[in-house]
Design a protein around this ligand. Structure first.
Ligand code: FE2
Length: 440
C-alpha cells in the first residue's frame, strides 16, 4: 500500500523558487528496488538507491512509479473543447467531423482559440506532458488559429515545448490557394510541414500532396508530419509514397506518419512489403486510439474492423511508434482530457496489447518514442539532464496503465508545477470503516 502523501507543499505556491530537492523511494517501471533522485539548480545531480545527503526539501514518493515526462506527439489544440459547437457529430464519422469543424471555423477568433488552448495545455501539463506537437488547421486565410498558437507557444514556453504543424485540414490541392497557405503558414512560424493526401479529391492530388510536403520540408529544413491514410479504404496507399519520397530525398528520421489506419485493412502481402519500406525510410509512426477507435469502420456492416494501424508488427520490427491523443473534446472525439496514458489504456484493448511486455512497450510509446520523433534533447531521468519527471499515483507502471493513474506530481526544471491529491475511498461494511485504494 502506498503511504499517504505528507510533505510541506508550501513551495508549490512559490513561483520561480529554485530548490534543492530529493525525491525518496521512486520506482522506475516495475523495478523491485526503489531509488532516490537528487535535484539541484534544475538538474538531476544524483540517482541512487539511497542518497545520504539531506535535501532542503524532501518528498517521500512511497514507491510510486516515476517516468520521464509524457510527450503528446499528435493533438489538434485549435479544435480542442469545441465539442457540440455548432452541433454534435451524430453519425460519428471523420467526414462529418470535418464538416462540423468547417462550420465552427467560420466563427473562430484568436481569443477564442487562445482561451481554449490555455485550458487544454493546463490539462496536458497536469497529466505530465511537457512537449506537445499540435496540428493547426491552416485552410483559413485569416490564420486566426495559427496566430493564436504562435502566441500561446511563447506564453507557455517555460513549461511546455510546443511544435506547430501547418495542417491543411481541407487539402493542399482541394482547397483554394492551398499551396500558398502552406508556405505562408511556415513563414509565419509553423515548425512542421503537414499534409492530408487521403482527403484530396483524387489519388493524383493525394500523391502531389505528399510530394509537395516532403519537398517543402526539405527546402525549409523542417520536420514533416502528415495525416495519412486515415480511412478504412484499403486502396488508400499514400504511406508508400511518403516512404519513397523520404528515401529519395535523404530525409530519413525527420518524417512522421500519423494515423495510417488503412494499414489495418491492407492485405498481408502488401503490408509486409510496406513495413520494410517504412523501416528503411525511418518513418516515425503515430497511432491515435481514442479517435480512431470510434471513427473507423463507421461504414462497416458486421463484422466490424478495428481500424487501427499495425502497431505490434511495427514495434517488433524496431519502427518508432508513438501513441497520442489527437482530440480533446472536439467534433471528431467528444471525450478526452489531454492524457496520452488514457490513449495507451484504450490501445491495450483496441490493439490487443495486454501481454505484460506489450504493456511495458506502451509506456515507451507515450514517453521515449514520441520524444525521439519530436527531436527532444536533454530528455530522460539521467544525471546531468534537466530535472523533468512525472510521478504516477501508482506503485508500478502496470498499475499506472490499469488505473489510468492520476499524476501525483509533475516536476519541470526541478520545480513541482502540478500536484494531485490521491483519491481516498472509504468503505463501511458491518459498521467497520476501511480505506481502499484499488492496489493489489
Ligand atoms: Fe489528427
Amino acid at each position: 500500500m502506498i503511504p499517504r502523501f505528507k510533505f510541506d507543499k508550501s513551495y508549490l505556491l512559490g513561483v520561480g523558487v529554485t530548490m534543492e530537492l530529493i525525491l525518496r523511494n521512486a520506482r522506475f517501471k516495475d523495478s523491485l528496488e526503489l531509488f532516490d533522485i537528487g535535484i539541484d539548480d534544475g538538474k538531476f545531480i544524483s540517482i541512487k538507491k539511497n542518497i545520504p545527503e539531506k535535501g532542503d526539501e524532501e518528498i517521500d514518493l512511497g514507491g510510486r512509479f516515476v517516468s520521464p515526462p509524457l510527450v503528446e506527439l499528435h493533438v489538434h489544440l485549435d479544435a480542442a473543447l469545441t465539442v457540440g459547437e455548432p452541433r454534435y457529430n451524430l453519425g460519428g464519422s471523420l467526414l462529418e467531423g470535418i464538416d462540423i469543424w468547417s462550420e465552427r471555423k467560420k466563427i473562430l477568433t484568436k481569443e477564442d482559440v487562445k482561451n481554449r488552448v490555455r485550458k487544454a495545455l493546463k490539462w496536458e501539463l497536469a497529466n505530465g506532458v511537457t512537449r506537445v506537437r499540435t496540428h493547426v488547421d491552416i485552410c483559413d486565410p485569416t490564420f486566426n488559429a495559427l496566430n493564436a498558437l504562435i502566441e500561446i507557444k511563447e506564453e507557455f514556453k517555460e513549461y511546455i515545448d510546443i511544435q506547430i504543424v501547418a495542417f491543411p485540414q481541407e487539402g493542399i490541392f482541394s482547397f483554394p490557394d492551398g499551396e500558398e497557405l502552406m508556405r505562408k503558414a511556415m513563414e509565419k512560424g509553423a515548425d512542421v510541414v503537414g499534409g492530408i493526401p487521403h482527403y484530396e479529391w483524387t489519388r493524383e492530388d493525394g500523391v502531389k500532396d505528399v510530394i509537395f510536403a516532403v519537398a517543402l520540408g526539405k527546402e525549409l529544413g523542417k520536420m514533416i508530419d502528415l495525416h495519412i491514410d486515415e480511412t478504412d479504404d484499403d486502396h488508400s496507399r499514400f504511406i508508400e509514397v511518403l516512404a519513397a519520397e523520404t528515401i529519395k530525398n535523404n530525409y530519413e528520421g525527420k518524417v512522421t506518419a500519423s494515423h495510417t489506419t488503412a494499414m489495418h485493412s491492407y492485405n498481408n502481402a502488401y503490408a509486409f512489403k510496406l513495413l520494410s519500406w517504412i523501416k528503411k525510410a525511418n518513418l516515425n509512426m503515430v497511432t491515435n486510439p481514442l479517435d480512431n477507435s470510434v471513427l473507423q469502420a463507421r461504414f462497416d456492416a458486421y463484422p466490424k474492423r478495428r481500424g487501427h494501424t499495425r502497431v505490434k508488427e511495427m514495434d517488433e520490427m524496431g519502427i518508432n511508434v508513438s501513441i497520442a491523443d489527437d482530440s480533446i473534446m472536439d467534433p471528431w472525439y467528444p471525450l478526452g482530457l489531454g492524457d496520452p496514458l488514457q490513449a495507451a489504456f484504450v490501445f491495450v484493448h483496441y490493439g490487443q496489447m495486454s501481454g505484460y511486455n506489450e504493456m511495458m512497450r506502451l509506456i515507451e510509446m507515450i514517453t521515449t518514442n514520441p520524444a525521439k520523433a519530436f527531436g527532444a534533447t536533454d530528455y530522460g531521468i539521467k544525471v546531468g539532464n534537466t530535472a523533468d519527471l512525472v510521478v504516477f499515483d501508482a506503485p508500478r507502471a502496470i498499475d499506472a496503465i490499469r488505473l489510468v493513474a492520476r499524476r501525483y506530481l509533475v516536476i519541470k526544471n526541478g520545480k513541482a508545477i502540478t500536484q494531485t491529491k490521491p483519491y481516498e475511498t472509504n468503505i463501511i461494511l458491518n459498521g467497520k470503516k476501511e480505506q481502499i485504494n484499488f492496489i493489489k
